[in-house]
Ligand binder design. Structure first.
Ligand code: ADP
Ligand code: MG
Length: 310
């Protein structure tokens, strides 16, 4: 697949804080590319920089051969659907689309096409403020499509949607790609990345942690068993040392009040052993979870952090 959009060492600062630190990736023509990471990873900042809403402090972005400086006409080939929607609440669906179409000088027929493509016809005359969250999101995407982008950026489009609405949104995303538009979607739901994306870029603390197909990431970075103990308080160093001694086939990591045990082979007895060690150390265990080999596990293994926090 041909390369479409390329970020090279993009960094972004806010005061003396680095929000993005040397982010590089390439989105290919026709793919659904995922930015997966917890809140604060830098997903929205990355998208805003690509869309030209924010300027990077270092690095470059290329669309094909073209260097995307702020104001470059090539940016019209990129549409961005922000996390906080820009719809006008008192206008109907159709009026919103007419308004945004006139703003960007979209050709005649584009509004009707967008309404059809996102199956908004039943709601076309409804004021945006009376739409459900799912349909408001579809309206947002319809607005993004008005400019006939080569690539559509969707910033966490399914936050707050119920599972049925979410899967309808996924169908639409797949359809849009089918029609030839490449997509970059950000999310902190690993199911979403796994269900939709051809390739996933894992982000944490403003950096790219890993990038590959979901299958390859799981193959490379997931373990046969991963058990997370959530404790009432942070564990004593001696307790962790004891865990490492008594359960030698586990890699034990600590992240705040979470203790994470990783095993190359399944080891169900180890969970009981660890529970006893915590009990003897007077450390209350609030929760024990086992994670299957999935992208969440990949993320935990690479960062020691969970995607959704606790
Ligand atoms: P994500 O979309 O992955 O949740 P963001 O890109 O929104 O992450 O933010 C990344 C980090 O940068 C966060 O810690 C956020 O608080 C911080 N941040 C974002 N915008 C600004 C800003 N304008 N000034 C200071 N900090 C910011
Ligand atoms: Mg965000």
């Amino acid at each position: 697949m041909a390369e479409l959009l390329k970020l090279e060492n993009v960094s972004c600062r806010a005061g003396d804080r680095k929000i993005l630190d040397g982010v590089s990736f390439t989105i290919r023509e026709g793919e659904i590319f995922g930015l997966l990471g917890p809140n604060g990873a830098g997903k929205s900042t990355t998208m805003k920089i690509v869309a030209g809403l924010l300027e990077q402090s270092a690095g470059a972005i290329y669309m094909g051969e073209e260097n995307l400086w702020l104001g470059s006409h090539v940016r019209r080939q990129i549409a961005m659907v922000p996390q906080e929607p820009a719809v006008l609440h008192d206008l109907t669906v159709r009026e919103n689309l007419d308004y945004f179409a006139s703003q960007i000088g979209a050709p005649e027929g584009k509004v009707a096409e967008a309404i059809m493509q996102l199956e908004l016809d039943r709601y076309a005359e409804r004021p945006a403020k009376f739409l459900s969250g799912g349909y408001r999101q579809l309206l947002n995407i319809a607005i993004g499509l008005l400019q006939s982008p080569r690539i559509l950026f969707l910033d966490e489009p399914s936050v707050g949607l119920d599972p049925v609405t979410r899967s309808r949104l996924w169908d639409k995303v797949l359809e849009i790609r089918q029609k030839g538009t490449s997509i970059c979607i950000s999310t902190h739901y690993m199911e979403e990345a796994q269900a939709l994306c051809d390739r996933v870029c894992l982000m944490n603390d403003g950096r790219v942690v890993a990038l590959d197909t979901p299958e390859n990431l799981i193959k490379a970075f997931a373990k046969a068993q991963l058990t997370i103990f959530t404790l009432k308080q942070e564990p004593e160093t001696e307790t962790i040392e004891l865990l490492r001694k008594k359960i030698p086939d586990a890699e034990a990591g600590v992240s705040g009040t979470n203790v994470i045990l990783r095993f190359s082979q399944k080891n169900p007895e180890a969970v009981e052993k660890a529970r006893t060690i915590f009990l003897l150390a007077d450390t209350e265990v609030l929760k024990i979870r086992n994670r299957e080999a999935d992208l969440e596990q990949v993320f935990i293994n690479l960062t020691g952090k969970e995607l959704k926090g606790n």
